[in-house]
Design a protein around this ligand. Structure first.
Ligand SMILES: [Zn+2]
Length: 250
């Protein structure tokens, strides 16, 4: 690390859990962030500022006026621009050292597998079950840790899937099938700081997984109800009959 990096990351380096070693791991890491909306905004802002060396951003959408209430990586001047381009600009201003790949595309399963295989950690910031299941399955197949967050109305949830650990439950252990009615914030609304809270927790789990301190939220589901400031950390056992990670899967 050069002198400028020692100064930029000084508040991390003074933490015994991170130190120079941990910061160097962050600088060497590649993180794939899928979805540059309400969750992807805080995730990418904190990961770029924290010194993650390589960020791959994926989204096929453009910035819309109704996004700006919570998608804090985009600005009013970016309306109509692709979300990955809009986000890249702000992230590079925050940390010019971060190498950013901006993928303005809807990933096919094949492309998803390619991108997951190149990442050290995958962060699911999407807003639909189809994408969440596909990302879960790709991470299990590639043996890559996944930090999954979700938020709707005044509620949020967080879990970490680490296929390298035998006790790790996966997203399909939690939801066997996609519900018939998809709940998303376009129909139900979302309180802005709730996505900020969950996204910030996702970024923290990424740092833990890469720098290797503490205990990532594997085998648990964290839920947050903002109305009552109610936090719950529930044990999430692995489902032996899970179609993705269960015993049938060799
Ligand atoms: Zn499972």
């Amino acid at each position: 690390m050069n002198d400028e990096q020692l100064l930029r990351y000084a508040r991390h380096i003074m933490l015994p859990d991170i130190d120079i070693d941990g910061q160097e791991k962050l600088l060497a890491a590649t993180v794939l962030i899928i979805g540059m909306g309400g969750l992807g905004s805080p995730v990418s802002l904190y990961l770029a500022a924290s010194g993650i060396g390589h960020l791959t951003l994926v989204d096929f959408d453009e910035v819309d006026l109704s996004n700006l209430q919570r998608q804090v990586v985009h600005r009013t001047a970016s309306i109509g621009q692709s979300k990955v381009e809009s986000a890249s600009q702000l992230l590079q201003e925050i940390n010019p050292e971060t190498r950013i790949r901006a993928l303005d595309e809807r990933l096919t399963l094949e492309r998803l597998a390619e991108e997951v295989s190149q990442a050290d950690v995958v962060v699911d910031c999407t807003d639909n079950f189809e994408a969440r299941f596909a990302i879960n399955d790709a991470c299990l197949l590639a043996g890559k840790p996944l930090v999954s967050g979700a938020a709707v109305r005044m509620e949020g949830q967080l879990m970490v899937v680490d296929p390298r650990l035998p006790q790790s439950a996966c997203y399909r252990c939690l939801y066997a099938d996609a519900p018939e009615i998809e709940i998303n914030c376009a129909e139900t609304g979302i309180a802005a700081p709730v996505v900020g809270t969950i996204g910030t927790l996702q970024a923290m789990e990424v740092l833990k997984l890469i720098a290797g301190f503490g205990e990532p939220l594997v085998g648990y589901l964290l839920t947050y109800d903002a109305r009552y400031t109610d936090w719950r950390k529930l044990k999430l056992p692995k489902n032996p009959g899970c179609p993705a990670c269960g015993e049938q899967q060799a």
